[in-house]
Write a protein that binds this ligand. Structure first.
Ligand code: A2H
Length: 253
């Protein structure tokens, strides 16, 4: 963990009912995969969620109605930030492996895609955020490369039971224009840097830094309520809108 606290927006990605058998104990509740993001202004372009297949997750009671699927570590942090039915004591209703979450259909705030699916990503860290990541391949190099790997490698899809219809209908949606990088900045940077897969961690860290900085300082919104505005102006506005409408919460660690 860093020295500086990091302020994330937790996006409530709602699990669409009817739930699969392993989720039957949660029937009747509002169940969300809660994804930690630093880029709430990109949520229009979500194409899927990411989970770590080998990761340990739980379904935790946040209040009388809502249940969040996150790591136990995140649930404990949340319980100290007023997000637990029992203050400072997470209540886990069901435990899951990331495998159990793959293929879940989700409804996510602002997303132009009305239903998106949870897919496997092998580079998710379990000691950061919630262990759930939302995917915006237009603007996140990690997301772009993880989708690329799934599309390029049938054996990878087969290993995790990923169906073509959870990936193929979801094209990259332009959300932000960056003067030097265009409307699909993550794709451009990954191609320019000749990144081959999600496992090229050093190159991806560099790609991420570049798109993040350029996006923040020079990016303009192409879609949504704040079309035409700068990313740095739109970011807090989108964040507040999501929080005020109950579609997201703040989370720091
Ligand atoms: B970001 P920082 Cl469009 N493991 O959200 C790996 N990555 C994780 C994670 C975890 N446990 N938890 C969150 N993240 C990702 C959107 C996005 C993000 C865009 C562009 C860049 C970007 C859509 N994915 O991140 O290490 C999440 O992906 C680049 C900074 O705390 C989260 O924001 O700085 C970001 O990493 C948090 O990274």
């Amino acid at each position: 963990e860093g020295v500086q606290p990091q302020d994330y927006t937790l996006i409530k990605m709602e699990v669409v009912s009817p739930f699969p058998p392993k989720f039957s104990a949660l029937e009747g509740r509002k169940v969300y995969l809660a994804a930690a993001t630093l880029r709430p202004e990109t949520m229009y372009g979500q194409t899927n969620a990411w989970v770590l297949p080998e990761g340990q997750y739980g379904a935790f009671e946040i209040n009388e109605t809502d249940v969040f699927i996150v790591t136990a570590r995140a649930a404990l942090n949340l319980s100290y930030q007023n997000f637990s039915r029992v203050p400072q004591k997470p209540t886990c209703l069901v435990e899951f492996k990331g495998y159990d979450l793959i293929g879940l259909p989700l409804k996510s705030p602002l997303s132009f895609n009305k239903i998106i699916y949870a897919l496997p990503m092998l580079t998710i860290l379990t000691d950061k955020g919630t262990g759930i990541v939302t995917s915006v391949p237009s603007d996140a190099p990690d997301d772009y490369m993880a989708i690329h790997d799934l599309k390029a490698k049938p054996a990878f899809r087969a290993k995790y039971g990923v169906k073509d219809e959870w990936i193929l209908p979801f094209e990259i949606i332009p959300i932000i224009n960056i003067p030097e990088l265009g409307d699909r900045p993550a794709e451009k940077v990954c191609l320019d840097m000749k990144i081959k897969s999600q496992n090229e961690k050093e190159k991806l860290a560099e790609a991420k830094k570049l798109t993040y900085l350029k996006g923040f300082t020079e990016g303009l919104m192409l879609v949504g309520e704040f079309t035409g505005q700068k990313v740095q102006e739109a970011k807090p506005l989108v964040r507040n809108m999501l929080i005020e409408t109950g579609q997201a919460i703040t989370y720091s660690e």
